[in-house]
Design a protein. Structure first.
Length: 528
C-alpha cells in the first residue's frame, strides 16, 4: 500500500478536532433536499391534471431563454417509491416538495381530482413509512392556468378565496401527516419575474418596455402588477394561515410559513448613500414581505418610492397578515454589492426595478465555471444576522442552497461538494450566534427542469440522462458526500482536498462500503 493511500485512509477514519460532523448540530436540526411539482413529477397530461401557468410558459418558449419543458421531467409521479428509497439510503431527515394545484384541483376550484389526491397520499405515506418528514409547498410558480385565464390570477383579489379553498383541501386531506406547510415559494421572485420583468410565468410586463421584446411578454403593467400580485399573495397566505389556526392547528400541530429568495446586500462603499441603498435593496426585496408579516405594513422606503402604486392594507388586513408566519423559508445562492442610484427615480416610466433606486453588482468568487455561484458563507451569516436584527429571531429553514453546474458535467461534481461542505460547516457558528435556523435543504434532490435554465443547468445531487427511457438516477459525488455527512461519518476539509487530487484512490478505498458511491464508481469505470 502506498503512503498516499494510507494517508487517505487515516484522513477518513481518524477524527480531527475541527472536522465537520453532524454531531455539531442540535438533535432537532433537519437536513433534507428539495424539488417542486412541475420540475420533478412529469405526467403533465395524465390522470386528470390540467396545465399550470408554468406549462404555458414552457410551451411558449420559456421567455426566449432556453428550449424544453417538463411534460415528462424526472417522472417522480411514477417513480416516487424509487426516489424515496434513494432518500432513505442517503439519510435525509426531510423532503421538501410541492403539490401541483392543477393536479389536485384541475380547474383551480371545484372538484378534487381523485387520482391527484391518491398520488400525494401515496407519496406522503411512503415518506412517513421511511421516517422522512414531508415539508410541503402549496404553490411553486405553478398557478392553475384556468385561474389565469378567468381573472388573471394573482393580480386579482379573487385569488385569495380560491387559494384559501385549495389550502383547506390540502390541510384536510394531508395535514394529519404533514406538519410543515409553506404557502408560496419565492413570492418576491414570482412577483418580480412574473409581473415586472416578464421572464418567469405568467410572463407579464409592460408591453412598451424593452423587456417585452426580450422576453416576449405582451401584456401586463410593470409599474403596478408586481405590487398587486404581492399584496394578494400576502392576503392569501394570511387567509390560509387564519383558516389553519382556527380549524386544524390544535389537532394537527403543524406550522405555516412563507418562502423568499434571499440575497446578502452589502454597500459597495462605506458612503452613507451606499449604506442606505443596501438597506433599501433589502427592504424592497425581503422587507416587501417580511415587514407585513412582522409589523403589518410595507417598509417606509417602499411607501416613499412607490407612492400611490403601492396597495394599502386595511386595519383588519394588517392585523391578519401580521404574525401570520410560524417560520420563514429562505432560498440562498448569492449576494450583491449595492450602489445608490438616485437617477433611476427620475425616470418617467417607473416600475419595481426602477423604484428601488439602486445598482446591483454580483459578488463573484473563484468558481471554475461561469455558471457557478460564489460560495460565500460569510455573506449568508451576514444576511441571517441582518434578518434577526431587523425582524426578530423567527424560526428559519434554509429551504434551498446549492451549486449550479452544466447539465452534462461530470458526476464528480467537486464544486457542489465544496459548496455543501462550506455552507454546512458555517452553520454551527450561525447557531452559536443565537440565530434560530432549524433546518437546511439542498436544492435539488435530482437534476430537474430549472426555471432559469431548463435542461441546460444542473443543481441536482443525482444526475438523470433525459435520453435514457428509464430515467435512471445516478448519484453524483455530492450525493455521496452529503450521505456520508448525514450518516454520521466525520468529514474533514482535508479529505475534500485529497479527493480532488486523486479521486480514483478515494473511490476505490475510502468509501468502499457505501453503496451509493459504488454506483458512482461503476459509472466512472464504465465511462472511462
Amino acid at each position: 500500500m502506498s503512503m498516499k493511500v494510507f494517508a487517505l485512509i487515516v484522513l477518513v477514519l481518524v477524527p480531527f478536532g475541527d472536522a465537520l460532523s453532524r454531531d455539531d448540530f442540535p438533535p432537532h436540526f433537519l437536513f433534507g433536499a428539495s424539488t417542486s411539482a412541475y420540475q420533478v413529477e412529469g405526467a403533465a397530461n395524465e390522470d386528470g391534471r390540467k396545465p399550470s401557468i408554468w406549462d404555458t410558459f414552457a410551451h411558449a418558449g420559456n421567455a426566449n431563454k432556453y428550449p424544453g419543458n417538463a411534460d415528462t421531467g424526472c417522472d417522480q409521479y411514477h417513480k416516487y417509491k424509487e426516489d424515496v428509497q434513494l432518500m432513505t439510503k442517503m439519510g435525509l431527515d426531510a423532503y421538501r416538495f410541492s403539490i401541483s394545484w392543477p393536479r389536485l384541483i384541475p380547474g383551480g376550484k371545484g372538484p378534487i381530482n381523485p387520482k391527484g389526491l391518491q398520488y400525494y397520499n401515496n407519496l406522503i405515506n411512503e415518506l412517513i413509512s421511511q421516517g422522512i418528514q414531508p415539508h410541503v409547498t402549496l404553490v411553486h410558480f405553478d398557478l392553475p392556468q384556468a385561474l389565469e385565464d378567468e381573472y388573471e390570477g394573482w393580480v386579482s383579489r379573487r385569488i385569495v378565496k380560491d387559494f384559501t379553498t385549495y389550502a383547506d383541501v390540502c390541510f384536510r386531506e394531508f395535514g394529519d401527516r404533514v406538519k410543515y406547510w409553506t404557502t408560496v415559494n419565492e413570492g418576491n421572485v414570482f412577483a418580480d419575474g412574473g409581473y415586472n420583468s416578464g421572464f418567469l410565468p405568467p410572463q407579464r410586463c409592460s408591453p412598451s418596455s424593452t423587456r417585452s421584446l426580450l422576453f416576449n411578454c405582451s401584456r401586463g403593467n410593470s409599474s403596478t402588477e408586481p405590487y398587486l400580485a404581492t399584496h394578494h399573495m400576502l392576503l392569501a397566505h394570511a387567509s390560509a394561515t387564519n383558516l389553519y389556526r382556527k380549524k386544524y392547528q390544535d389537532r394537527q400541530h403543524g406550522f405555516i410559513g412563507f418562502n423568499l429568495l434571499t440575497f446578502g446586500y452589502f454597500p459597495l462603499t462605506n458612503t452613507s448613500e451606499d449604506i442606505s441603498a443596501a438597506k433599501r435593496a433589502q427592504d424592497f426585496y425581503i422587507g416587501w414581505f417580511l415587514n407585513p408579516f412582522i409589523f403589518g405594513e410595507y417598509p417606509d422606503t417602499m411607501k416613499k418610492n412607490v407612492g400611490s402604486r403601492l396597495p394599502i392594507f386595511s386595519k383588519s388586513e394588517s392585523n391578519m397578515v401580521k404574525g401570520s408566519i410560524d417560520f420563514l423559508g429562505i432560498n440562498y445562492y448569492s449576494s450583491f454589492y449595492v450602489k445608490d442610484n438616485p437617477d433611476s427615480l427620475q425616470i418617467k416610466d417607473r416600475d419595481y426595478t426602477v423604484d428601488m433606486g439602486v445598482k446591483l453588482q454580483s459578488i463573484f468568487g473563484n468558481g471554475t465555471s461561469p455558471h457557478e455561484f460564489a460560495v460565500l458563507p460569510w455573506a449568508l451569516h451576514g444576511l441571517l444576522v441582518s434578518l434577526r436584527n431587523t425582524y426578530g429571531n423567527i424560526p428559519i429553514y434554509i429551504h434551498e442552497n446549492g451549486q449550479q453546474t452544466d447539465w452534462n458535467s461530470s458526476l464528480e461534481d467537486w464544486s457542489r461538494v465544496k459548496c455543501l461542505h462550506d455552507y454546512i460547516e458555517s452553520l454551527p457558528d450561525i447557531l452559536r450566534n443565537g440565530i434560530n435556523v432549524r433546518g437546511y435543504f439542498v436544492w435539488s434532490f435530482l437534476d430537474v427542469f430549472e426555471l432559469l435554465g431548463g435542461y441546460e443547468s444542473s443543481f441536482g445531487l443525482h444526475y438523470i440522462d433525459m435520453s435514457d427511457p428509464t430515467l435512471r438516477r445516478q448519484p453524483k459525488l455530492s450525493a455521496v458526500w452529503y450521505s456520508n455527512f448525514l450518516n454520521g461519518k466525520t468529514i474533514d476539509p482535508m479529505i475534500t482536498m485529497e479527493v480532488q487530487k486523486n479521486p480514483s484512490v478515494v473511490l476505490s478505498t475510502t468509501f468502499s462500503n457505501n453503496p451509493i458511491l459504488q454506483m458512482v464508481q461503476r459509472k466512472s469505470t464504465s465511462s472511462s
